[in-house]
Design a protein around this ligand. Structure first.
Ligand SMILES: Nc1ncnc2c1ncn2[C@@H]1O[C@H](COP(=O)(O)OP(=O)(O)OP(=O)(O)O)[C@@H](O)[C@H]1O
Ligand SMILES: [Mg+2]
Length: 165
């Protein structure tokens, strides 16, 4: 069972299972539009890829979504939106800069970046930030905060949607 808390513009989503993590992904997928940017952070094994896979499925990606740790960037076609999945863990700032990430950030799909804080200066300031933390066996805490239009409002909308389906 998920528990959602509202903390000064930030949403705290406590997932007690992977199903709860998927539920959060489905809710955010409902808000996604072309050009959406979601920055994911959290320790190794926190659940960044697991959340991304659920999010991709929710925007209609039928292909298998693998961890992009080695591919760095992978593009998928969803039914509603394209999905650009990045993992910048192994990149230096300079290497990331040379990839021309703006093409994705300002493209027509949804970009999800794992380890986003490592390339903070290259990210557009308007984005949704999700920080994932281990919270015991099978449990994860998601702290979600939106910066700029429309993301700041997303947390409010998420809060209004409630915890259940
Ligand atoms: N509630 C949960 N939500 C997400 N993942 C969970 C949950 N409970 C357990 N897990 C497990 O935690 C692991 C998360 O691994 P995942 O690869 O998604 O992490 P990651 O943050 O992408 O790691 P990395 O930093 O290596 O990319 C998976 O094995 C998943 O099954
Ligand atoms: Mg990962």
């Amino acid at each position: 069972m998920s528990v959602m808390e509202w903390n000064n513009g930030e949403v705290i989503w406590m997932a007690h299972s992977q199903e709860d993590t998927m539920r959060l992904a489905r809710k955010l997928a409902e808000l996604a539009v072309p050009g959406t940017i979601i920055a994911l952070d959290g320790d190794l094994g926190a659940g960044k890829t697991t959340w991304s896979q659920a999010f991709a499925a929710s925007i209609g990606v039928r292909d298998v979504v693998n961890s992009p740790t080695f591919t760095i960037i992978k593009e998928y076609e969803g039914e509603q939106l394209s999905f650009y999945h990045m993992d910048v863990y192994r990149l230096s700032m300079e290497e990331a800069d040379e990839l021309g990430l703006d093409e994705y950030f300002f493209g027509d799909g949804v970009t999800v970046v794992e380890w986003a804080s490592l390339i903070d200066e290259l990210l557009p300031p308007r984005r949704l930030e999700i920080y994932i933390e281990h919270a015991g066996d099978g449990a994860r805490e998601f702290r979600i905060k939106g910066y700029g239009v429309p993301y700041a409002q997303w947390c409010q909308l998420l809060n209004e949607m409630g915890e259940s389906e």
